[in-house]
Design a binder for this molecule. Structure first.
Ligand code: ADP
Ligand code: MG
Length: 340
């Protein structure tokens, strides 16, 4: 059981400036596993940029060229679970032994090892054994080794032995070819201007790019809708909105000031006028609810108040929500604007 996904191949991992180094290094490793200086090969980059795809593609290609080699793909999370299981069952040595016999080990998302010292320790031993025996290790991570946190120094230094190659956000041309490739594989035709509309608007994540084109394909083939620029814009907007629109404290203050027909400076001012105080308290309440900011940071951004003021505001809003019908209506209206 290699756990490899044959749909993730080099053929459909389209090349562009954003991935050329990683893709070429991957191919080099696939041609000569354990026989290049790219050992380990560490591929890093943000969400949805193709780390998992490329990791599988390398494994699939090796299996194709060297059927006798044992290739194993596993996520760092699953590896960790297996390890914990083995400790419980007193089979830690079997676990290590199993991994030491593999020719090509591919571990996806090694940032998951952060802070897990037991797992890092076994992986260290497995890695050393494989490396000494000329076996290939391929890793992916959402960060470069220098930026990894809570990973032991001795492991980090091993990660740096080989090559770290970054997957960056694809440029416009690459986004176009990825979209066209997807359409081609699905046997669907789409006007050039639609493809460009999607490629122009979705920039930083290939998974979203694919999601948008899949929605469009579905609309045209199942709903028999004509794919117009308007429809493309709607779908693109949904994808961009769903992922990008993070509620910020600025945004909260803006929405609440608009709602109460005042400006942001008024909302932040030192006045004790009741309706302004309430607007400000609502801003603090929603900032606590919809952002990850600390009370102190919320306070300082909403008119330079301290954390005790924010805490008091949140309690006041909770109380008023129970006792004051009009106030409850404010909260309901505003919640709709933030919760989307
Ligand atoms: P990650 O593991 O970095 O989050 P994935 O490997 O899951 O990203 O990729 C997300 C989606 O984008 C997958 O469906 C993958 O096939 C596709 N993809 C990413 N990069 C490319 C590329 N260069 N060419 C074609 N498809 C790609
Ligand atoms: Mg992945």
């Amino acid at each position: 059981e290699s756990q490899l996904n044959p749909n993730y191949s080099f053929d459909n991992f389209l090349e562009g400036d954003s991935n050329r180094l990683a893709r070429s290094a991957g191919l080099a490793v696939a041609n000569k596993p354990g026989g290049t200086s790219f050992n380990p090969l560490l591929v890093f980059g943000g969400v949805g940029l193709g780390k998992t795809h490329l990791a599988h593609a390398i494994g699939v290609e090796i299996k194709d060229k060297y059927p006798e080699k044992t290739v194993l793909y596993i996520s760092a999370e699953k590896f960790t679970q297996q390890y914990i299981e083995s400790v419980k069952k007193n089979t830690r040595n079997d676990f290590i032994h199993f991994y030491q016999l593999i020719d090509v080990l591919i571990i996806d998302d090694v940032q998951f090892f952060s802070g897990k010292s037991g797992t890092q320790d076994v992986f260290f031993h497995i890695f050393n054994h494989l490396h000494q025996n000329g076996k290939q290790v391929i890793l992916t991570s959402d960060k470069a080794p220098v930026d990894m946190q809570d990973i032991e120094q001795r492991l980090l230094s091993r990660f740096k032995w080989g090559l770290s190659a970054e997957l960056q956000s694809p440029d416009f041309e690459t986004r176009i070819s990825i979209l066209k490739n997807r359409l081609y594989r699905d046997g669907v035709e789409m006007p050039e201007e639609i493809i460009e509309c999607v490629a122009r608007n979705i920039k930083s994540n290939v998974r979203e790019l694919e999601g948008a084109i899949i929605s469009l394909i579905a609309q045209s083939s199942f709903n028999k809708k004509e794919v117009t620029i308007e429809l493309a814009n709607q779908i693109v907007e949904k994808f961009v909105k769903n992922t990008k629109r993070e509620v910020s404290i600025d945004y909260i203050q803006k929405v609440i000031s608009d709602y109460f027909q005042m400006d942001v400076e008024t909302l932040q001012s030192k006045t004790r006028k009741r309706h302004i105080v309430q607007a400000r308290q609502l801003a603090m309440f929603f900032a606590k609810k919809y952002t990850k900011a600390s009370l102190a940071s919320i306070g300082s951004q909403i008119g330079k108040r301290d954390h005790a003021t924010v805490l008091h505001a949140c309690k006041t809003v909770d109380n008023l929500a129970e006792t004051d019908k009009q106030f409850r209506k404010y909260i309901e209206d505003l919640s709709k604007k933030f919760a989307q």
